[in-house]
Design a protein around this ligand. Structure first.
Ligand SMILES: *Cc1c(COP(=O)(O)O)cnc(C)c1O
Length: 375
């Protein structure tokens, strides 16, 4: 949940909660006033601390939160209870698994029902308890991952009684390639979803993740579900000027040393210096989520100047060529690991991954700071 500040750490991650709120407001402004903008805080708020993120967003007026698992949902509910925030819907993407029914109702959680078995389980429980139980219905329109497939959807449309006792708050689906604005798959999914929706007249609908929020109002329906864009990552190829960057990852400069031409740097001696050089050793490594594949690719920013990461990434440190930095910059105590000249999207490209994966595995060992929000 909210990451604790550990002190004494060599790397720090500062999360700007006001920027997260500003990004949520921006995404919210893209859709009609009647469209609600939920917040995706699964995987501990994309690694940034779901408690802090959710508190800030709830205080800003966000009433709907999504997480992946029941465990995440219970943790979030307890957090909201503890700080006295009520009237928040928490929706569980993985739905009602066997044996989870009591916990879901006890914590007032709303499962996203992904197949007929989950629907019947939730309905049985509604009958047993005599309560009308809330749920979302998830239809698979092309992802082949979670959600009712075409046959199950057809069956449900013919057998509406399967939903008796359930309060279906939304029907939803999920975009396969939303981040590729021109991909024809988007329009195909939109058409399938609109057709499905027509069978559930009067039930609100939801299709858009962050990328979907940017695809236009056709994709918004009654609720959008952005995640990554809240955290300042640009979901489409084109950068969106209104999205603010949300977190700052810095690490302590442990030592600056001179080295001769011909000296080799780091494990395996893979990097040979071509000139007399000044090398800064920085206290972050693969144990902090600074991935090993970044050696020889990444840059850091020190005192506003860019310096290349050379040699292999160690568990606890990296080595940076600071030969070209001026004396003033060399007095800096910290290096920024993600910076204007090396944004998270560039780091993700160098790693052959996406920003989501970098964020979700960020600094277990870092000193976490939160700015703004209601703290
Ligand atoms: C993770 C997720 C989202 C949010 O996706 P982003 O790309 O982070 O905006 C929305 N809907 C579902 C079903 C998801 O699993």
């Amino acid at each position: 949940m909210t990451k604790r500040q550990s002190r004494c750490a060599d790397s720090t991650i500062t999360v700007n909660l006001d920027a997260i709120v500003a990004n949520w407001r921006f995404l919210d402004s893209l859709s009609a006033p009647s469209t609600k903008t939920a917040a995706m805080v699964k995987a501990n708020g994309y690694g940034l601390g779901s408690g802090a993120v959710a508190t800030a967003l709830a205080a800003a007026g966000c009433p709907l939160f999504f997480v992946a698992s029941l465990g995440e949902a219970i943790e979030l509910r307890r957090h909201f209870n503890k700080i006295g925030i009520n009237d928040i819907s928490i929706m569980v993407l993985h739905g009602a698994q066997i044996g989870q029914e009591d916990a879901l109702t006890a914590h007032q959680l709303v499962p996203v029902l992904n197949d007929l078995e989950q629907i019947s389980r939730w309905q049985l429980f509604a009958n047993k308890t005599g309560m009308t139980l809330p749920a979302l219905l998830h239809f698979d329109t092309g992802m082949t991952r979670l959600g009712l497939d075409v046959d199950q959807a057809d069956w449900l449309i013919q057998n509406r009684g399967a939903l008796d006792g359930l309060g279906i708050a939304y029907v939803m689906s999920h975009l396969v390639s939303g981040e590729l604005a021109d991909d024809p798959v988007n329009a195909r999914q939109l058409a399938s979803f609109n057709e499905l929706r027509s069978w559930f007249a009067g039930v609100p609908a939801s299709l858009a993740n962050s990328a979907g929020c940017l695809l236009g109002t056709d994709y918004h329906f009654q609720m959008t579900r952005p995640g990554i864009a809240l955290y300042g990552v640009h979901p489409l190829e084109t950068r969106i000027p209104n999205l603010q960057s949300v977190f700052d990852w810095q690490a302590r400069i442990l030592q600056i040393r001179m080295a001769a031409a011909g000296d080799r740097v780091g494990y395996g001696g893979t990097f040979e210096l071509q000139r007399q050089s000044r090398i800064a050793t920085i206290g972050v490594g693969y144990a902090d989520g600074y991935r090993r594949q970044l050696g020889g690719k990444a840059t850091v920013s020190i005192g506003g100047n860019t310096a290349p990461v050379i040699g292999r990434i160690s568990m606890d440190s990296i080595t940076v060529d600071v030969t070209d930095l001026d004396q003033n910059s060399l007095r800096a105590e910290y290096a920024s690991l993600i910076h204007d000249a090396y944004p998270i999207e560039a780091m993700a490209a160098d790693l052959g991954t996406i920003s989501y994966e970098i964020m979700a595995t960020l600094g277990q060992r870092a000193d976490w700071h939160y700015q703004g929000g209601s703290f």
